[in-house]
Write a protein that binds this ligand. Structure first.
Ligand code: AMP
Ligand code: MG
Length: 414
Protein backbone atom coordinates (compact mmCIF):
# COMPACT_ATOMS: atom_id res chain seq x y z
CA UNK A 1 0.00 0.00 0.00
CA UNK A 2 1.43 3.40 -1.00
CA UNK A 3 1.76 5.88 1.83
CA UNK A 4 1.61 9.67 1.91
CA UNK A 5 4.69 11.58 3.01
CA UNK A 6 4.79 14.68 5.15
CA UNK A 7 4.76 17.10 2.21
CA UNK A 8 1.41 18.47 1.10
CA UNK A 9 0.33 18.60 -2.51
CA UNK A 10 -0.06 22.39 -2.53
CA UNK A 11 0.45 23.39 -6.14
CA UNK A 12 1.32 27.05 -5.28
CA UNK A 13 0.04 28.33 -8.57
CA UNK A 14 1.39 25.38 -10.54
CA UNK A 15 -0.88 23.86 -13.15
CA UNK A 16 -1.73 20.20 -12.74
CA UNK A 17 -0.71 17.81 -15.50
CA UNK A 18 -4.36 17.14 -16.32
CA UNK A 19 -5.24 20.84 -16.51
CA UNK A 20 -2.30 21.59 -18.82
CA UNK A 21 -3.22 18.67 -21.06
CA UNK A 22 -6.84 19.76 -21.15
CA UNK A 23 -5.86 23.26 -22.28
CA UNK A 24 -3.59 21.90 -24.98
CA UNK A 25 -6.13 19.45 -26.32
CA UNK A 26 -8.79 22.17 -26.39
CA UNK A 27 -6.45 24.28 -28.56
CA UNK A 28 -5.62 21.49 -31.02
CA UNK A 29 -7.79 21.93 -34.09
CA UNK A 30 -7.85 18.72 -36.15
CA UNK A 31 -6.45 19.16 -39.66
CA UNK A 32 -9.03 18.72 -42.36
CA UNK A 33 -6.93 18.48 -45.50
CA UNK A 34 -7.01 14.99 -46.90
CA UNK A 35 -5.35 13.13 -49.73
CA UNK A 36 -5.74 9.69 -51.27
CA UNK A 37 -2.94 7.19 -50.93
CA UNK A 38 -2.37 3.70 -52.22
CA UNK A 39 -2.58 1.09 -49.43
CA UNK A 40 1.13 0.41 -49.88
CA UNK A 41 1.94 3.96 -48.83
CA UNK A 42 -0.67 4.37 -46.12
CA UNK A 43 1.17 2.81 -43.17
CA UNK A 44 1.19 5.16 -40.16
CA UNK A 45 -1.14 7.67 -41.81
CA UNK A 46 -4.43 8.64 -40.19
CA UNK A 47 -7.72 7.73 -41.88
CA UNK A 48 -9.59 10.91 -42.83
CA UNK A 49 -12.92 9.13 -43.19
CA UNK A 50 -14.56 5.92 -42.10
CA UNK A 51 -14.29 2.98 -44.50
CA UNK A 52 -17.31 0.72 -45.00
CA UNK A 53 -17.38 -2.60 -46.76
CA UNK A 54 -19.59 -3.03 -49.80
CA UNK A 55 -19.22 -6.81 -49.69
CA UNK A 56 -19.53 -9.75 -47.33
CA UNK A 57 -16.23 -11.30 -46.34
CA UNK A 58 -16.08 -14.15 -47.02
CA UNK A 59 -18.41 -13.74 -49.97
CA UNK A 60 -19.71 -17.29 -49.71
CA UNK A 61 -19.52 -20.28 -47.37
CA UNK A 62 -16.19 -22.02 -47.95
CA UNK A 63 -14.13 -24.92 -46.71
CA UNK A 64 -11.70 -24.37 -43.86
CA UNK A 65 -9.86 -27.63 -44.61
CA UNK A 66 -8.74 -29.98 -47.35
CA UNK A 67 -11.13 -32.95 -47.40
CA UNK A 68 -14.56 -34.03 -48.63
CA UNK A 69 -17.73 -31.99 -48.68
CA UNK A 70 -21.07 -33.75 -48.27
CA UNK A 71 -24.44 -33.72 -46.57
CA UNK A 72 -24.20 -34.88 -42.94
CA UNK A 73 -27.40 -36.92 -43.35
CA UNK A 74 -25.69 -38.98 -46.10
CA UNK A 75 -23.10 -40.18 -43.57
CA UNK A 76 -24.85 -41.38 -40.41
CA UNK A 77 -22.29 -44.12 -39.61
CA UNK A 78 -18.53 -44.47 -39.55
CA UNK A 79 -17.18 -46.19 -42.66
CA UNK A 80 -19.87 -44.86 -45.04
CA UNK A 81 -18.75 -45.06 -48.69
CA UNK A 82 -19.82 -42.33 -51.06
CA UNK A 83 -19.10 -41.73 -54.73
CA UNK A 84 -16.96 -38.63 -55.43
CA UNK A 85 -19.03 -36.53 -57.80
CA UNK A 86 -16.78 -33.47 -58.40
CA UNK A 87 -13.48 -31.86 -57.48
CA UNK A 88 -13.56 -28.30 -56.07
CA UNK A 89 -10.23 -26.45 -55.75
CA UNK A 90 -9.97 -22.88 -54.35
CA UNK A 91 -11.14 -20.37 -56.94
CA UNK A 92 -13.64 -22.82 -58.54
CA UNK A 93 -17.34 -22.22 -58.93
CA UNK A 94 -18.88 -25.62 -58.05
CA UNK A 95 -22.05 -27.27 -59.30
CA UNK A 96 -24.71 -28.20 -56.72
CA UNK A 97 -23.79 -31.38 -54.86
CA UNK A 98 -25.58 -34.47 -56.13
CA UNK A 99 -27.47 -36.05 -53.19
CA UNK A 100 -25.81 -39.20 -51.84
CA UNK A 101 -22.33 -38.16 -53.02
CA UNK A 102 -19.27 -36.36 -51.68
CA UNK A 103 -17.01 -33.89 -53.50
CA UNK A 104 -13.27 -33.53 -53.10
CA UNK A 105 -12.69 -30.01 -51.72
CA UNK A 106 -9.72 -27.84 -50.74
CA UNK A 107 -9.20 -25.01 -48.26
CA UNK A 108 -10.77 -21.79 -49.50
CA UNK A 109 -13.05 -23.46 -52.05
CA UNK A 110 -16.78 -22.60 -52.06
CA UNK A 111 -19.21 -25.09 -50.51
CA UNK A 112 -21.49 -26.45 -53.25
CA UNK A 113 -25.21 -25.90 -52.90
CA UNK A 114 -26.82 -28.77 -50.98
CA UNK A 115 -23.72 -29.67 -48.94
CA UNK A 116 -23.49 -28.86 -45.24
CA UNK A 117 -20.22 -30.23 -43.87
CA UNK A 118 -16.58 -30.86 -44.69
CA UNK A 119 -14.76 -33.94 -43.42
CA UNK A 120 -11.00 -33.53 -43.13
CA UNK A 121 -8.99 -35.72 -45.49
CA UNK A 122 -7.10 -37.34 -42.56
CA UNK A 123 -10.22 -39.38 -41.64
CA UNK A 124 -11.11 -40.33 -45.23
CA UNK A 125 -9.81 -43.09 -47.50
CA UNK A 126 -10.06 -42.50 -51.22
CA UNK A 127 -10.07 -45.29 -53.78
CA UNK A 128 -10.86 -44.76 -57.47
CA UNK A 129 -13.95 -42.56 -57.53
CA UNK A 130 -15.20 -43.49 -54.05
CA UNK A 131 -14.40 -42.23 -50.57
CA UNK A 132 -14.82 -43.96 -47.21
CA UNK A 133 -15.65 -41.55 -44.38
CA UNK A 134 -14.28 -42.88 -41.07
CA UNK A 135 -16.21 -40.52 -38.83
CA UNK A 136 -19.75 -39.25 -38.30
CA UNK A 137 -19.74 -35.57 -39.28
CA UNK A 138 -22.06 -32.88 -37.99
CA UNK A 139 -23.73 -30.20 -40.06
CA UNK A 140 -21.51 -27.09 -40.27
CA UNK A 141 -18.23 -28.92 -39.60
CA UNK A 142 -15.21 -27.13 -41.11
CA UNK A 143 -17.30 -24.58 -42.96
CA UNK A 144 -16.58 -20.86 -42.72
CA UNK A 145 -19.75 -18.88 -43.20
CA UNK A 146 -20.45 -16.06 -45.60
CA UNK A 147 -20.01 -12.68 -43.87
CA UNK A 148 -18.40 -14.32 -40.83
CA UNK A 149 -15.57 -11.73 -40.89
CA UNK A 150 -17.32 -8.65 -42.28
CA UNK A 151 -20.91 -8.00 -43.28
CA UNK A 152 -21.67 -5.79 -46.29
CA UNK A 153 -22.31 -2.23 -45.09
CA UNK A 154 -20.33 -2.52 -41.88
CA UNK A 155 -17.55 -0.14 -40.89
CA UNK A 156 -14.06 -1.61 -41.14
CA UNK A 157 -11.96 1.46 -40.31
CA UNK A 158 -13.06 4.42 -38.18
CA UNK A 159 -12.12 7.99 -39.09
CA UNK A 160 -9.09 9.04 -37.06
CA UNK A 161 -7.53 5.56 -36.97
CA UNK A 162 -3.77 5.45 -37.25
CA UNK A 163 -3.30 2.88 -39.98
CA UNK A 164 -1.43 -0.23 -38.89
CA UNK A 165 -0.50 -3.14 -41.18
CA UNK A 166 -3.66 -5.01 -40.19
CA UNK A 167 -5.91 -2.07 -41.19
CA UNK A 168 -4.33 -2.04 -44.63
CA UNK A 169 -4.88 -5.77 -45.02
CA UNK A 170 -8.48 -5.35 -43.90
CA UNK A 171 -9.07 -2.53 -46.41
CA UNK A 172 -7.64 -4.75 -49.15
CA UNK A 173 -9.87 -7.64 -48.02
CA UNK A 174 -12.96 -5.55 -48.81
CA UNK A 175 -11.54 -4.52 -52.18
CA UNK A 176 -10.47 -0.95 -51.34
CA UNK A 177 -7.18 -0.05 -53.13
CA UNK A 178 -6.58 3.40 -51.64
CA UNK A 179 -7.58 5.36 -48.57
CA UNK A 180 -8.35 8.98 -47.74
CA UNK A 181 -5.79 10.06 -45.16
CA UNK A 182 -5.07 13.34 -43.43
CA UNK A 183 -2.21 15.48 -44.56
CA UNK A 184 0.66 14.86 -42.13
CA UNK A 185 1.07 17.71 -39.64
CA UNK A 186 3.99 19.99 -40.51
CA UNK A 187 6.06 20.85 -37.49
CA UNK A 188 8.83 23.44 -37.49
CA UNK A 189 11.55 22.64 -34.96
CA UNK A 190 14.22 24.93 -33.59
CA UNK A 191 16.87 24.56 -30.93
CA UNK A 192 17.86 27.74 -29.15
CA UNK A 193 21.23 28.21 -27.50
CA UNK A 194 24.60 29.79 -28.28
CA UNK A 195 26.29 26.77 -26.76
CA UNK A 196 24.97 24.41 -29.43
CA UNK A 197 26.92 22.96 -32.33
CA UNK A 198 25.83 20.29 -34.76
CA UNK A 199 27.24 16.76 -34.54
CA UNK A 200 30.04 16.46 -37.07
CA UNK A 201 31.34 19.91 -36.17
CA UNK A 202 34.29 20.58 -33.87
CA UNK A 203 33.46 20.94 -30.21
CA UNK A 204 35.17 24.14 -29.04
CA UNK A 205 35.32 25.15 -25.34
CA UNK A 206 31.93 25.84 -23.80
CA UNK A 207 30.00 24.18 -26.60
CA UNK A 208 27.81 21.07 -26.53
CA UNK A 209 26.28 19.05 -29.28
CA UNK A 210 22.73 19.82 -30.21
CA UNK A 211 20.92 16.60 -29.34
CA UNK A 212 17.40 17.99 -28.91
CA UNK A 213 16.93 18.73 -32.57
CA UNK A 214 17.56 15.08 -33.35
CA UNK A 215 15.43 13.70 -30.54
CA UNK A 216 12.57 16.01 -31.51
CA UNK A 217 12.87 15.29 -35.23
CA UNK A 218 12.75 11.55 -34.65
CA UNK A 219 9.85 11.82 -32.19
CA UNK A 220 7.94 13.79 -34.81
CA UNK A 221 8.78 11.36 -37.57
CA UNK A 222 7.59 8.47 -35.41
CA UNK A 223 4.22 10.23 -35.21
CA UNK A 224 4.07 10.64 -38.98
CA UNK A 225 4.80 14.38 -39.02
CA UNK A 226 6.68 16.34 -41.64
CA UNK A 227 9.57 18.18 -40.03
CA UNK A 228 10.69 21.67 -41.01
CA UNK A 229 14.18 22.02 -39.58
CA UNK A 230 14.87 25.57 -38.42
CA UNK A 231 18.24 24.51 -36.97
CA UNK A 232 20.08 26.21 -34.16
CA UNK A 233 18.92 29.69 -33.26
CA UNK A 234 21.34 32.00 -31.50
CA UNK A 235 20.42 33.56 -28.18
CA UNK A 236 19.20 36.95 -29.42
CA UNK A 237 15.69 38.30 -29.54
CA UNK A 238 15.93 39.14 -33.24
CA UNK A 239 17.14 35.70 -34.34
CA UNK A 240 14.58 33.97 -32.15
CA UNK A 241 11.73 36.10 -33.51
CA UNK A 242 12.83 35.54 -37.08
CA UNK A 243 13.07 31.76 -36.74
CA UNK A 244 9.73 31.41 -34.93
CA UNK A 245 7.97 33.70 -37.37
CA UNK A 246 9.40 31.83 -40.35
CA UNK A 247 8.32 28.50 -38.84
CA UNK A 248 4.82 29.76 -38.03
CA UNK A 249 4.23 30.77 -41.66
CA UNK A 250 4.80 27.25 -42.93
CA UNK A 251 3.89 24.88 -40.14
CA UNK A 252 0.91 23.57 -38.19
CA UNK A 253 2.99 23.75 -35.01
CA UNK A 254 6.25 25.41 -34.02
CA UNK A 255 8.26 23.48 -31.47
CA UNK A 256 11.19 25.15 -29.71
CA UNK A 257 13.66 23.62 -27.32
CA UNK A 258 15.51 25.75 -24.79
CA UNK A 259 15.27 29.39 -23.89
CA UNK A 260 11.86 29.19 -22.24
CA UNK A 261 13.00 30.20 -18.78
CA UNK A 262 13.03 33.84 -17.80
CA UNK A 263 16.79 34.45 -17.72
CA UNK A 264 18.54 37.17 -19.71
CA UNK A 265 19.63 34.60 -22.24
CA UNK A 266 16.15 33.15 -22.71
CA UNK A 267 14.55 34.87 -25.68
CA UNK A 268 11.76 32.51 -26.62
CA UNK A 269 9.22 34.05 -24.27
CA UNK A 270 9.72 37.69 -25.37
CA UNK A 271 9.97 36.60 -29.02
CA UNK A 272 6.62 34.81 -28.99
CA UNK A 273 5.01 37.61 -27.00
CA UNK A 274 6.23 40.14 -29.56
CA UNK A 275 4.86 38.06 -32.45
CA UNK A 276 1.65 36.73 -30.94
CA UNK A 277 0.42 35.41 -27.63
CA UNK A 278 2.09 33.24 -25.04
CA UNK A 279 1.22 31.53 -21.79
CA UNK A 280 4.01 30.31 -19.58
CA UNK A 281 2.79 27.25 -17.80
CA UNK A 282 4.44 26.10 -14.63
CA UNK A 283 3.26 22.52 -14.52
CA UNK A 284 3.35 20.41 -11.38
CA UNK A 285 5.52 17.72 -12.92
CA UNK A 286 9.15 16.67 -12.88
CA UNK A 287 10.91 17.07 -15.24
CA UNK A 288 9.41 19.61 -17.60
CA UNK A 289 7.95 22.18 -15.24
CA UNK A 290 8.07 25.21 -17.54
CA UNK A 291 6.25 24.70 -20.82
CA UNK A 292 5.37 27.61 -23.07
CA UNK A 293 2.23 27.52 -25.16
CA UNK A 294 1.09 30.24 -27.51
CA UNK A 295 0.19 31.27 -31.02
CA UNK A 296 2.18 33.08 -33.68
CA UNK A 297 0.35 34.18 -36.85
CA UNK A 298 -2.43 31.81 -35.75
CA UNK A 299 -0.04 28.85 -35.59
CA UNK A 300 0.28 27.04 -32.26
CA UNK A 301 3.65 27.24 -30.53
CA UNK A 302 5.06 24.92 -27.86
CA UNK A 303 8.32 25.70 -26.11
CA UNK A 304 10.04 23.04 -24.06
CA UNK A 305 12.90 23.39 -21.58
CA UNK A 306 16.28 22.71 -23.17
CA UNK A 307 17.44 19.95 -20.88
CA UNK A 308 17.40 16.83 -23.04
CA UNK A 309 15.30 14.71 -20.67
CA UNK A 310 12.83 17.57 -20.17
CA UNK A 311 12.47 17.90 -23.90
CA UNK A 312 11.77 14.18 -24.25
CA UNK A 313 9.27 14.06 -21.39
CA UNK A 314 7.54 17.28 -22.44
CA UNK A 315 7.20 15.85 -25.91
CA UNK A 316 5.67 12.54 -24.94
CA UNK A 317 3.39 14.05 -22.30
CA UNK A 318 2.20 17.17 -24.13
CA UNK A 319 3.40 17.55 -27.72
CA UNK A 320 2.40 14.03 -28.69
CA UNK A 321 -1.22 14.32 -27.48
CA UNK A 322 -1.45 17.69 -29.19
CA UNK A 323 -0.24 16.22 -32.49
CA UNK A 324 -2.51 13.19 -32.20
CA UNK A 325 -5.46 15.51 -31.73
CA UNK A 326 -4.32 17.56 -34.72
CA UNK A 327 -4.55 14.31 -36.67
CA UNK A 328 -8.09 13.77 -35.49
CA UNK A 329 -7.15 10.92 -33.18
CA UNK A 330 -9.09 10.29 -29.99
CA UNK A 331 -6.48 7.99 -28.43
CA UNK A 332 -4.19 10.83 -27.39
CA UNK A 333 -4.24 10.13 -23.66
CA UNK A 334 -1.33 7.82 -22.81
CA UNK A 335 -2.53 4.62 -21.21
CA UNK A 336 -0.44 3.53 -18.22
CA UNK A 337 -0.14 -0.04 -17.02
CA UNK A 338 0.17 -0.96 -13.36
CA UNK A 339 3.54 -2.44 -12.44
CA UNK A 340 5.06 -3.40 -9.12
CA UNK A 341 7.93 -1.20 -8.00
CA UNK A 342 11.23 -2.96 -7.38
CA UNK A 343 12.59 0.09 -5.56
CA UNK A 344 11.93 2.39 -2.63
CA UNK A 345 11.16 6.04 -3.30
CA UNK A 346 11.39 7.67 0.08
CA UNK A 347 11.74 11.35 -0.82
CA UNK A 348 8.81 12.16 -3.04
CA UNK A 349 8.35 15.55 -4.62
CA UNK A 350 5.38 17.90 -4.45
CA UNK A 351 5.25 17.57 -8.19
CA UNK A 352 4.28 14.35 -9.96
CA UNK A 353 7.38 12.69 -11.33
CA UNK A 354 7.62 11.02 -14.69
CA UNK A 355 10.81 9.17 -13.98
CA UNK A 356 12.87 7.08 -16.38
CA UNK A 357 12.12 3.48 -15.55
CA UNK A 358 12.82 0.05 -16.83
CA UNK A 359 10.47 -2.89 -16.63
CA UNK A 360 11.85 -6.38 -16.98
CA UNK A 361 10.37 -9.78 -16.35
CA UNK A 362 11.97 -12.06 -13.81
CA UNK A 363 12.35 -15.81 -14.27
CA UNK A 364 8.80 -16.32 -12.97
CA UNK A 365 7.48 -13.93 -15.60
CA UNK A 366 6.68 -11.22 -13.03
CA UNK A 367 7.18 -7.62 -14.22
CA UNK A 368 9.63 -5.67 -12.09
CA UNK A 369 10.19 -1.94 -12.39
CA UNK A 370 13.50 -0.25 -11.66
CA UNK A 371 14.07 3.50 -11.80
CA UNK A 372 17.19 5.23 -13.03
CA UNK A 373 19.34 6.50 -10.15
CA UNK A 374 19.64 9.98 -11.64
CA UNK A 375 16.82 12.49 -11.28
CA UNK A 376 18.74 15.00 -13.40
CA UNK A 377 16.98 16.20 -16.51
CA UNK A 378 20.34 16.55 -18.25
CA UNK A 379 21.15 12.81 -18.24
CA UNK A 380 19.97 11.72 -21.67
CA UNK A 381 21.61 8.28 -21.36
CA UNK A 382 18.95 7.49 -18.72
CA UNK A 383 16.32 7.66 -21.46
CA UNK A 384 18.05 5.04 -23.60
CA UNK A 385 18.46 2.87 -20.47
CA UNK A 386 14.73 3.14 -19.76
CA UNK A 387 11.84 1.49 -21.57
CA UNK A 388 9.20 3.78 -20.15
CA UNK A 389 8.31 6.33 -17.51
CA UNK A 390 7.28 5.53 -13.96
CA UNK A 391 4.50 7.83 -12.79
CA UNK A 392 5.35 8.69 -9.20
CA UNK A 393 2.42 10.43 -7.57
CA UNK A 394 3.01 13.74 -5.83
CA UNK A 395 3.85 13.47 -2.14
CA UNK A 396 3.76 9.71 -2.05
CA UNK A 397 6.34 7.38 -0.62
CA UNK A 398 6.79 4.28 -2.73
CA UNK A 399 8.06 1.05 -1.28
CA UNK A 400 9.20 -2.07 -3.02
CA UNK A 401 6.13 -4.07 -4.04
CA UNK A 402 3.76 -1.08 -4.39
CA UNK A 403 1.95 -0.96 -7.70
CA UNK A 404 2.31 2.26 -9.66
CA UNK A 405 1.57 3.50 -13.16
CA UNK A 406 4.10 2.89 -15.89
CA UNK A 407 3.99 4.46 -19.34
CA UNK A 408 5.84 2.15 -21.70
CA UNK A 409 7.72 3.85 -24.53
CA UNK A 410 5.98 1.54 -27.00
CA UNK A 411 2.81 3.40 -25.96
CA UNK A 412 4.39 6.86 -26.15
CA UNK A 413 6.52 6.76 -29.26
CA UNK A 414 3.93 6.16 -31.96
P1 AMP B 1 17.76 26.27 -21.50
O1 AMP B 1 16.38 25.70 -21.40
O2 AMP B 1 18.01 26.98 -22.76
O3 AMP B 1 18.08 27.09 -20.28
O4 AMP B 1 18.75 25.02 -21.45
C1 AMP B 1 18.80 24.15 -20.35
C2 AMP B 1 19.95 23.18 -20.50
O5 AMP B 1 19.71 22.36 -21.64
C3 AMP B 1 21.30 23.82 -20.74
O6 AMP B 1 22.26 23.07 -20.04
C4 AMP B 1 21.49 23.72 -22.21
O7 AMP B 1 22.83 23.69 -22.57
C5 AMP B 1 20.82 22.39 -22.54
N1 AMP B 1 20.33 22.41 -23.91
C6 AMP B 1 19.57 23.38 -24.47
N2 AMP B 1 19.31 23.10 -25.74
C7 AMP B 1 19.89 21.92 -26.02
C8 AMP B 1 19.97 21.11 -27.18
N3 AMP B 1 19.38 21.48 -28.32
N4 AMP B 1 20.62 19.94 -27.11
C9 AMP B 1 21.22 19.58 -25.94
N5 AMP B 1 21.17 20.27 -24.82
C10 AMP B 1 20.54 21.47 -24.84
MG1 MG C 1 19.46 28.31 -23.41
Amino acid sequence: MAEACSCTPNLHGLLSYEAALERLIAAAKPLDVQEWVDLRRALGRVAAAAVHSTIDVPGWDYSAMDGYVLRAKDCMAEGTRLPVSQRIPAGASPMPLEPGTAARIFTGAPIPEGADCVVIQEVCEADDDQVTINTVPGAGDNIRLRGEDIGAGSQVIAAGTRLLPQHLGLAASVGVPELAVLRPPRVAVLASGDELVMPGEALTPGKIYNSNLFTATALLQALGCEVIDLGIVEDTLEATKEAISHGAEQADLVLASGGVSVGEEDHVKPAVEALGTLDMWKIAIRPGKPVAFGHVHGTPFIGSPGNPVSLFVTFVLFVRPFLLRLQGRDDWLPQPVRVRADFDWLKPDKRREFHRARVEYDTEGVARMQVHPSRSSAVLSSVTWANGLAVIPECQVIRQGDEIDFLPFCELLA
